[in-house]
Ligand binder design. Structure first.
Ligand code: NAD
Ligand code: WQD
Length: 346
């Protein structure tokens, strides 16, 4: 068993949305030293001020492009006793990946291969990989379990996650003493319950919840609901929205599961969703209720590439990691709104 006070957990992409919330949970729930590696390609250093405001603790960040192996090796050589890596760093925009697939293959796969090379060099044996429900593509049977076969990915981004999973699983098979957990997030939303840390989309958001909060704040004029004539209970698409702090908490549990040798196999894949399918219109109405505000929205045409309905079967993660989601839809929306208001105050 490792000594938490003298062991370090490396969090790549620690300045980003999910990485920063995970660092907050790690600082609050464990005594590990935490070191982030982030080149701020989709974030900035202010994240670490927000983490300090919430936890009272400072986190060191190594500003390195993980695709640059030489720079990565030099930076990590200074990290004391690294025993685990949580690998968030990647690009995540579906439309951007369609426009520039090489950027996505280079960044998402190049960074992963380099991080695994570091694991091999330094004999780091506990690894957590950020995967996505986008690996499933269009599914026929709901809810999706970890056994649901992959359909062809809808975008180069989704394909980079399918390939990323294969890379981790094949590497795991090739070495002894290396254990991996692969977490397939459904739709992470919301912000830290304090409202002091949240998602920081650059430019016009692609995702529903930041679009809702920016519309309510008057930054965007109107939200378009992409289709209300699907074969669902109210005609709009169904997703499994999950609070980012619940996702963060699952990473702490997954890390303990690996470090405490509770995982019987070399690798495990878990779906990380609430198990509840929520329609776009239900999400909007939840927001309107908790923000006590009418949202300016209209029904528009369907968005190309949208799956109609997807939500998780989360039995495995509940059983194996003893995890369950704490936040409901209203709490997700309220935290996202608090964060938007906090941004407006600055
Ligand atoms: P994010 O963009 O907020 O965070 C990613 C961080 O990684 C950023 O701070 C960015 O600067 C950094 N980064 C990217 N490439 C890097 C590189 N080469 N070197 C160093 N730093 C680099 O994204 P997020 O929402 O926090 O997502 C984290 C992970 O979770 C990603 O792997 C993403 O694909 C996955 N994921 C996200 C979602 C979602 O909806 N947010 C859903 C499923 C899976
Ligand atoms: C949610 C729902 C839209 C915006 C994406 C990635 C996926 C994963 C999560 C990383 C859909 C509707 C949206 C708007 C709308 N990310 N919508 N008006 O597409 O489910 O998943 O993020 O791994 O890989 O594809 O999320 O937030 O874009 O959309 O009506 O302005 O909201 O049609 O039904 P999506 P989203």
């Amino acid at each position: 068993m490792s000594n938490q006070n003298t062991s370090t957990i490396i969090v790549t992409g620690g300045a980003g949305y999910i990485g920063s919330h995970t660092i907050i949970e790690l600082l609050q729930q464990t005594d590990y030293n935490i070191v982030s590696i982030d080149n701020f390609s989709n974030s900035n250093a202010a994240t670490f001020e927000r983490i300090e405001k919430i936890t009272g603790k400072q986190v060191k960040n190594l500003n390195v492009d993980i695709c640059n192996l030489e720079a990565l090796e030099l930076a990590i050589a200074k990290v004391k006793n690294p025993i685990g890596i949580i690998h968030f760093a990647a690009f995540k925009s579906v439309p951007q990946s369609v426009a520039d697939p090489l950027l996505y293959y280079h960044n998402n796969l190049g960074s992963l291969v380099n991080i695994l090379k570091i694991c091999k060099q330094l004999k780091i044996s506990n690894f957590i990989f950020s995967s996505s429900c986008s690996v499933y593509g269009n599914v026929e049977k709901l809810p999706v379990t970890e056994e649901t076969p992959f359909s062809p990915a809808e975008s180069p981004y989704g394909q980079s996650k399918q390939m990323g999973e294969d890379i981790v699983l094949n590497y795991t098979k090739s070495v002894s003493d290396f254990k991996a957990v692969l977490l397939r997030y459904f739709n992470p939303v919301g912000a830290h319950p304090t409202g002091f840390n949240g998602e920081f989309p650059r430019g016009r958001p692609d995702n529903l919840v930041p679009y809702i909060t920016q519309t309510a704040a008057g930054i965007l004029q109107k939200l378009t609901v992409f289709g209300d004539n699907y074969d669902t209970r109210d005609g709009s698409c169904i997703r499994d929205y999950i609070h980012v702090s619940d996702i963060a908490d699952a990473h702490v549990k997954a890390l303990n599961y690996l470090i405490e040798n509770k995982q019987k196999k070399a690798s495990t894949v878990f779906n990380l969703g609430t198990g509840n399918g929520v329609s776009v219109l239900e999400a909007i109405h939840s927001f309107e209720k908790v923000a006590e505000k009418k949202l300016n929205y209209e029904i528009g045409p369907r968005r190309a590439g949208d799956v109609i309905s997807i939500y998780a079967n989360n039995d495995l993660v509940k059983k194996e990691l003893n995890w369950s989601p704490k936040y409901n839809l209203d709490e997700m929306m309220l935290s996202a709104w608090k964060w938007q208001l906090h941004l407006g105050e600055k």
